[in-house]
Design a protein around this ligand. Sequence first.
Ligand SMILES: NC(=O)C1=CN([C@@H]2O[C@H](COP(=O)(O)OP(=O)(O)OC[C@H]3O[C@@H](n4cnc5c(N)ncnc54)[C@H](O)[C@@H]3O)[C@@H](O)[C@H]2O)C=CC1
Ligand SMILES: O=C(O)[C@H]1O[C@H](OP(=O)(O)OP(=O)(O)OC[C@H]2O[C@@H](n3ccc(=O)[nH]c3=O)[C@H](O)[C@@H]2O)[C@H](O)[C@@H](O)[C@@H]1O
Length: 507
Amino acid sequence: MESVHLISGSQPYVNEVVFDCGMLDDKKMVIKKICCIGAGYVGGPTCSVIALKCPEITVTVVDKSMDRIAQWNSDKLPIYEPGLDEVVRECRGRNLIFSTDIETAIKEADLIFISVNTPTKTFGNGKGRAADLKYVEGAARMIAEVATGNKIVVEKSTVPVRAAESILNILRANNRPGVSYQILSNPEFLAEGTAIDDLLKADRVLIGGEDTPEGHAAVEELCWVYEHWISRTNIITTNTWSSELSKLAANAFLAQRISSINSLSAVCEATGADISEVARAVGLDSRIGSKFLQASVGFGGSCFQKDILNLVYICECLNLPEVAAYWQQVIDMNEYQKSRFSTKVVESLFNTVSGKQITLLGFAFKKDTGDTRESPAIHVAKTLLDEGAKLHIYDPKVEPSQIVDDLTHPSVTEEPESVKNSITIHSDPYTATMGTHAIVLCTEWDEFMVLDYERIYKGMMKPAHIFDGRKILDHDRLIKIGFQVQTIGKRLARPLITRTWGSPYQA
Ligand SMILES: NC(=O)C1=CN([C@@H]2O[C@H](COP(=O)(O)OP(=O)(O)OC[C@H]3O[C@@H](n4cnc5c(N)ncnc54)[C@H](O)[C@@H]3O)[C@@H](O)[C@H]2O)C=CC1
Ligand SMILES: O=C(O)[C@H]1O[C@H](OP(=O)(O)OP(=O)(O)OC[C@H]2O[C@@H](n3ccc(=O)[nH]c3=O)[C@H](O)[C@@H]2O)[C@H](O)[C@@H](O)[C@@H]1O
């Protein structure tokens, strides 16, 4: 790779730049070693797939957490992701390395992914909204300190628009002879639970770079990596800022759909319409599409909320209050949905759950992951614990210690010992439901659809309640068994009340 001079801060916000990446076979590429800083939900799976598909490239995934790296090198990987074990087993020790030796990996790499966490700031300027870039900054400083030669540095983490400029400023500040950088934006669109499939069959790969010959060359290098398994037509190239903003926009659009359908679920419960029928009818319009219209207890996960809050903050900083308020509503609606569902549980149990035994089925933020970050189950559990309930929790993949950590976190309780005494974590759904007054289903695990509910009913206190926060159970069958059933966006097991149009509706 040739040495390059960088022009910082001179790129326009708009203007799509389309680079010609050519065909894989025609190119002479120099990327032999890749380093990925951050061995988390993104860095681990992404680099495992790159190693799988690019056997001639050595991929080293580094992390400052010795614990995490030890797990990546063990038989029990630190994250649960269908298909991941197989990929890691095939590549680890061949061209996939997990290490805590960050310096060496940076020095040796031609291309460095920054794949560290970018949580919401919890203090200072932008508290509660802005992305905290301290880990990105830490990674950039480390690169600036130890890098030799020419490096392509790739933002894989989700960052605010123009973050690349700040990274570049850090990298260039050291100004050591013989060292030069190109910075690219290459946001990740994988979803947890389907990460390997999403990576292998990505709808698109997005790469943003500088509109300079050196920038084009760097984009081409990264295109070449992906072209090992992604068709060129699915690799989109843009200017850096468009790429950064597109990631925030994609998450905002996805979350907006969930908030839209969830807002209508409240209308359904008040009127007798069924949100599944509404979603089907609306989604069959090919302009709208049927995906991401599953009404739920609310969206969770580490990114939707943080990325929209980040977008809102950016809009406020850009003096665009109307735009900020528009996207803020997506978050507000999600909060409303989580509270609405939790309140419904309490109200249905005679408005008091004090001392009652309640089962939470599912604690992860969605099925097929052990991740609990921003899980709606935490919100539901907090409400029930605040009301004095005793919780019995079962999730097939979440570690018990994680559940305890989540529910004793200062944002959830000021009395962690009392919470510990109020929760029991089970390794089996049948013991978790034995003797309890109600089941609250928070995660849509497939196994919850095929449980023996007759057996469960027999073991529960009567009346036995089920609150299906994911709309996955066979409600008619449950009602026949004897359960009092409630769900999202549909009235069940309550007498049909004839109403006059125009009269106020009750939930
Ligand atoms: N989790 C997901 O499904 C997706 C996440 N993203 C974005 O990707 C980024 C990473 O997310 P996750 O992988 O979920 O985070 P994570 O928290 O699972 O992993 C981040 C890792 O980076 C390590 N780290 C932080 N600073 C470091 C440093 N200076 N040197 C070495 N290691 C360091 C941490 O120890 C941690 O293991 C975030 O910006 C997120 O928004 C994007 C798409 C999907
Ligand atoms: O940036 C990220 O972190 C990622 O965020 C989401 O992925 P993820 O959060 O892993 O999972 P999703 O499948 O999007 O689900 C998010 C939440 O929305 C909920 N959801 C999803 C879809 C739906 O129709 N209804 C619904 O309530 C899920 O149960 C879950 O709680 C996006 O789907 C990814 O494209 C993106 O890369």
